[in-house]
Design a protein around this ligand. Structure first.
Ligand SMILES: Cc1cc2nc3c(=O)[nH]c(=O)nc-3n(C[C@H](O)[C@H](O)[C@H](O)COP(=O)(O)OP(=O)(O)OC[C@H]3O[C@@H](n4cnc5c(N)ncnc54)[C@H](O)[C@@H]3O)c2cc1C
Length: 320
């Protein structure tokens, strides 16, 4: 039996989520084979480092932009060809769109927001987060084929020794697979997107105005981070809406989240609960965010952030 993974690419390059689902699949597979399906990947053999031993690489211009129906159809054919009983996908927006379609095609049970390797494989039981990480549940999947949606950064990357064979794979796609098509993509100009970022530096109303974002952008540059903000900041037009995080904005699952001048309202915390380490800089020691923080600095952001940026630059220069 093999475990199948959907490995996401952007402009031919694997996203970090692709390596994470491969690492996870290797753990689930035990001694069995991990087979990846990639779409127009430029170097499919990169997946070997994360435990994949076979890649079914699809090269098809019609699939150069994500298409949930067509991708789900291709993955179904790959799972059937390989006899895979477990399929692992990430929890990116595209994977969340695709997974239920794939579940219908394969008559499979689908568990989303999975946080760890299965608690048991017989019965197949996984730990899942609920209510934006405020609670967990243990879900049993009893269908013959099982689909696991792995939460971002929940398992991490695990490197393995080994080689992967790369096969061309040409699934038979129907006209119906292309009834909904992405015509064009207008990308946000950010260097790192919030969804893919390892580090997110976020600013709130405590920064007083858009003219003060230079120090936030500088910190993000030093750390290779994405910038984000609270809702009022984007509502007031200080920052673009694409940066708004929280219950009504984007979710953050980065390894590090640095919040500057953000009070920590429940609706903001709802979006960042899944971030691993939270650092809060706020001049009010009673700010609710400190209760959710791993590290807190009480003080004026306009003094602390420039000093911190200098220290980070020095550290980076020494450790380059
Ligand atoms: C239905 C609903 C949905 C919502 N969804 C979201 C959401 O998705 N995301 C979201 O963010 N909010 C959301 N909100 C709004 C939320 O309730 C808060 O109002 C908002 O998060 C507050 O933003 P803030 O922390 O930037 O501003 P404030 O609450 O004004 O806090 C500013 C903070 O900055 C600190 N500060 C001030 N000056 C300095 C300084 N010089 N140095 C350091 N710290 C300083 C203050 O102590 C304060 O804690 C939602 C609200 C509702 C009702």
């Amino acid at each position: 039996m093999s475990v199948l993974v959907y490995t996401e690419t952007e402009d031919g390059k694997f996203k970090k989520a692709a390596f994470e689902v491969a690492s996870y699949a290797k753990e689930v597979a035990g001694g069995d084979e991990v087979v990846a399906v990639s779409f127009n990947a430029t170097d499919a053999s990169e997946l070997a480092k994360y435990g994949v031993s076979k890649v079914l690489n699809i090269q098809n211009d019609k699939l150069s932009k994500f298409n949930a129906e067509a991708y789900a159809d291709a993955l179904k054919q790959a799972a059937q060809k390989e006899g895979s009983k477990i399929v692992v996908v990430s929890q990116s927006a595209n994977s969340k769109y695709l997974a239920p379609l794939l579940a219908v095609h394969l008559n499979a049970g689908y568990a989303s927001n999975v946080m760890a390797a299965p608690e048991s494989t017989d019965p197949f039981t996984v730990k899942r987060s609920a209510f934006t990480n405020k609670a967990f549940n243990f879900t049993k999947i009893t269908t013959d084929v099982k689909i696991v949606g792995l939460s971002q950064n929940a398992f991490g990357l695990k490197e393995n020794e080994g080689d992967a064979s790369v096969e061309d794979f040409s699934p038979e796609l129907k006209d119906g697979d292309f009834s909904v098509n992405v015509e064009s993509v207008d990308k946000a100009k950010d260097k790192v997107t919030i969804a893919d970022a390892e580090v997110v530096v976020s600013g709130g109303r405590g920064l007083k105005g858009p003219e003060n974002w230079g120090m936030i952008e500088e910190m993000a540059d030093i750390l290779g981070a994405a910038t984000a903000c609270s809702k009022p900041v984007s509502d007031m037009g200080w920052r673009p809406h694409s940066e708004h995080v929280g219950q009504t904005g984007k979710p953050v699952a980065s390894n590090l989240y640095i919040a500057v001048g953000i009070s920590g309202a429940i609706q903001h915390l709802a979006g960042i609960n899944a971030a691993k380490t939270k650092v809060v800089i706020n001049n009010d020691p009673e700010a609710p965010f400190f209760k959710a923080a791993d590290y807190g600095v009480v003080g004026d952001a306009f003094e602390i952030v420039p000093k911190l940026n200098e220290k980070l630059k020095e550290f980076k220069a020494k450790n380059a």
